[in-house]
Design a protein around this ligand. Structure first.
Ligand code: F3S
Ligand code: F3S
Length: 105
């Protein structure tokens, strides 16, 4: 699966959502989350993010790892809805994301 990391936090460009053929990118309050099992690894989202916030799982390093775990936690309550249009968005952020420092512009 692909993973969204820190550059998305408080930025939420949203272009990635339009690219995903299976609608598995879910909007949260402060960032977006890719559903770890609904993602079919099509990779369409990765190049369109203007802040390079999206990486494939095999490129997840120490810095990205907490975001990979966070994305799993983001869906523990809602399971696998089969697409972001099936749930009310934004979904609640994870505790990890809630505690990240605010990015000012
Ligand atoms: Fe975030 Fe980039 Fe998508 S900033 S909302 S991952 S296009
Ligand atoms: Fe969608 Fe990106 Fe996965 S476009 S299927 S979230 S690789």
């Amino acid at each position: 699966a692909f993973v969204i990391g820190e550059p998305c936090v408080d930025v939420k460009d949203m272009t990635c959502i339009e690219e995903c053929p299976v609608d598995c990118i879910y909007e949260g309050e402060r960032m977006l989350y890719i559903h770890p099992t609904e993602c079919i690894d099509c990779a369409a989202c990765e190049p369109v993010c203007p802040v390079e916030a999206i990486r494939p799982a095999q490129h997840v390093d120490e810095e990205w790892k907490p975001f990979q775990e966070s994305a799993q936690q983001a869906f523990t309550g809602i399971g696998s809805p089969g697409g972001s249009t099936k749930v009310d968005t934004p979904i609640p952020d994870t505790e990890f994301v809630k505690t990240l420092p605010r990015k000012e512009d």
